[in-house]
Every structure is written in structure tokens, then in C-alpha cells.
Write a protein that binds this ligand. Structure first.
Ligand code: ADP
Ligand code: MG
Length: 240
């Protein structure tokens, strides 16, 4: 579903992704962790072309992302993205936040888009807030709506960039629960998170990245019980 082959990314002289090779299969849940500034956000942002790569080959669902002929808008309909900051449209209510893209981008009729949106809002436990505006919701509620909004396009891939980092502690669990339920299905997920409990329980694989390179790649039980590198051991001491 996602394949990086020798991918590099520079911001001017800063080498942010260094020769990334990574294969993510359909339905897999991959957790990406590593120190701050190691390139985690940049890595997942390349998948829906929010950041263009500088070198190498990146293929998403059979499409070469860096190919100038690739229809980036079409790619983005297949890749949902949930950010640390919830990024809901502040002037739209919950239902309109979730139906906007399907209606505008896919031309889904209003009624049909709303029916599906209500299904998704029920899944994330937000069906009774459909008329609320984002400012009337807690951070955890906004993030659950953001996940429903991402799913509204029926993406094959969902990317999460520290989806719980901006939340008060008591709200982290409700968002992780929604992500956990999602992980059971056949959607492919790449999740940047410091929630090592989530990684242990839900991830098929953990990728540890440091200074732009993948340093370790292992099933969670191996990564947590027997981290091979000094850098991963040091990182785990800090977050666990
Ligand atoms: P992480 O998500 O692991 O904290 P990032 O991928 O956000 O790391 O950033 C990796 C490095 O790239 C950092 O040194 C960061 O300052 C730098 N960086 C990120 N985005 C940009 C940008 N748009 N322009 C210049 N440098 C950037
Ligand atoms: Mg980041």
C-alpha cells in the first residue's frame, strides 16, 4: 500500500529523511516513534504529498507520488490525515465538517453524505453533537470528529500525526479507543505517537526513527522488550 525506496528529504541543507526504505502492507498498522525533530511528521506527510520528497521513489497504492503526472488531489481522497491540532473548520458545525469533502470533492448528494456522516459520528460517539461548532467541543471530541471527517472520504490509508499530544490526559483514552477500533478493519494506518501502550497493543510494527533514518523496525513485543540500538533504548527510557 505504501512503499518508500531510498527516499530522501532535504529542507535546504537540512537532511531530514535519509535513505528511507519502508514497505507498509494493506491493513497494516505501523507506529512511528522517535525523538522530537527526528523526521516523523515529515515522513508521514510525504505519503499524501503534503511534503514533496527530494530523492528516491515513494509509491502509494500503486501510484508514484513524486511523478509530476500524479493527480495529487485524487491521491489525497485515498489518504486521510489527522493532525495534532484538530484542524476542524471553525465556522462549520460537526455534520458539515464531516460532509464537506465528500460533497465538494466526490459530489455525493447531501442526504447520502449526511447519512454516512451520521454512521461515522456514531462510530466515534459524536452523533449527538452533530449541530455543535468545534469551539463548543472538548479537544477529545474535536479529535474524534476529525477522525470521522477523515473517514468520510472512505480512504484506504489513514495517517495520524500525534493525534493525542494536544489533549488533556483524561481525553487521550477516548481518542485512542476510536483509533483502536479503526485498526481492526482493513484500513492501512501510519501513526506517529508517543503512546507506547497503544503501540504495544495495536501496532503490527513499530518504526523507530532518529535523525531522519529508520534505526529499528520490529513487531512491538520485540521493540519494547529487546530494543537493539542504544538510541532506541535511551528513547524508551524517556517515554515509558
Ligand atoms: P518530528 O515530527 O519527528 O518532530 P519533523 O519531521 O517535524 O520532526 O522535523 C524534522 C526536522 O525538519 C526538524 O529539524 C525540523 O525543524 C525540520 N523541519 C520540519 N519542517 C520544516 C520546514 N517546513 N522547513 C524547514 N525545516 C523543517
Ligand atoms: Mg512531528
Amino acid at each position: 500500500m505504501i512503499e518508500f525506496k531510498g527516499v530522501h528529504k532535504w529542507f535546504k541543507k537540512l537532511h531530514v529523511l535519509n535513505n528511507i526504505d519502508l514497505l507498509v502492507k494493506k491493513g497494516e498498522v505501523v507506529v512511528v516513534c522517535g525523538p522530537s525533530g527526528s523526521g516523523k511528521s515529515t515522513l508521514i506527510r510525504t505519503v499524501n504529498a503534503l511534503e514533496p520528497i527530494s530523492d528516491g521513489i515513494l509509491t502509494v497504492d500503486g501510484v508514484k507520488v513524486s511523478d509530476p503526472k500524479t493527480d495529487i488531489n485524487k491521491l489525497r481522497t485515498e489518504v486521510g490525515f489527522v493532525f495534532q491540532q484538530f484542524n476542524l473548520y471553525p465556522h462549520l458545525n460537526v455534520l458539515d465538517n464531516v460532509t464537506l469533502a465528500p460533497r465538494k470533492v466526490k459530489n455525493i448528494p447531501k442526504k447520502q453524505a449526511e447519512d454516512f456522516a451520521m454512521e461515522l459520528l456514531t462510530k466515534v460517539g459524536m452523533e449527538n453533537k452533530k449541530n455543535s461548532h468545534p469551539s463548543q467541543l472538548s479537544g477529545g471530541q474535536q479529535q474524534r470528529v476529525a477522525i470521522a471527517r477523515g473517514l468520510a472520504m472512505q480512504p484506504k490509508i489513514m495517517l495520524f500525526d500525534e493525534p493525542t499530544s494536544a489533549l488533556d490526559p483524561e481525553m487521550i483514552g477516548e481518542v485512542l479507543k476510536v483509533m483502536k477500533d479503526l485498526a481492526v478493519g482493513d484500513i492501512t494506518m501510519m501513526v506517529v505517537t508517543h503512546e507506547m501502550g497503544f503501540a504495544r497493543e495495536v501496532a503490527d510494527r513499530v518504526i523507530f526513527i532518529d535523525q531522519g533514518s529508520i534505526v529499528e523496525e520490529a513487531p512491538p513485543e520485540d521493540f519494547f522488550n529487546h530494543p537493539k540500538s542504544d538510541r532506541a533504548q535511551k528513547f524508551l527510557k524517556q517515554v515509558l
